[in-house]
Structure formats: structure tokens, C-alpha cells
Design a protein around this ligand. Structure first.
Ligand SMILES: [Zn+2]
Length: 99
């Protein structure tokens, strides 16, 4: 009984860590994509960069974000990929309570 509770707690803690990492990654990705757009619109602020290098920076940001999400955004119990709902209560695949 106690063992099952601590296992549950471990999974919920792990989910919280993953959720926090995911929110930070979303924030950073949005920030970097917007930053590239701002740099493009306001060359007086940071200097002039070519459209293609800013587009490449955005594409890399999104690729890194997707790679990170693929690694991070998984059920702590069965490692199934979690869907786009960042505040989900249980895993769709194994039914484990996540929070
Ligand atoms: Zn699961």
C-alpha cells in the first residue's frame, strides 16, 4: 500500500517536472520565433539580417522544440507520448493519474 502510494507520488512529481520543462520550452520557442520576427521588422534595433537567415533561425527553433517535446512530453509511467493538452489529468494509454 505504502509502496504503491510512493510510486504514484513519484509519477506525479515526474509529471510536474516534465510539465514545467514543457512550459519553459514553449515560452522559449515562442520568444525566439517572435524575436526573429521583431529583428526582421526592426533592423534599427539589432542590425540587419537577411530574411533567409532569420527564417532559418525560426526553423531551427521549431525543430529543436519539436525534438525536445518528443523527448520530454511523455508519460512518466509508460513513456507514451502525451497529447497537446499540457494539463492532462491521466495518461490516455495506461490510465495513470498524472496530477
Ligand atoms: Zn502512460
Amino acid at each position: 500500500m505504502n509502496d504503491r502510494n510512493s510510486e504514484k507520488e513519484r509519477i506525479m512529481n515526474q509529471y510536474r517536472v516534465r510539465q514545467t520543462r514543457q512550459i519553459l520550452a514553449i515560452t522559449a520557442a515562442i520568444f525566439l520565433v517572435l524575436l526573429a520576427a521583431v529583428i526582421h521588422k526592426r533592423p534599427d534595433l539589432f542590425g540587419t539580417y537577411s530574411r533567409s537567415s532569420l527564417f532559418a533561425a525560426q526553423a531551427i527553433t521549431i525543430a529543436v522544440f519539436l525534438g525536445f517535446t518528443n523527448w520530454n512530453w511523455r508519460c512518466p509511467s509508460c513513456a507514451a507520448f502525451l497529447s497537446s493538452d499540457i494539463y492532462r489529468r491521466r495518461c490516455k494509454k495506461c490510465g495513470t493519474h498524472l496530477q
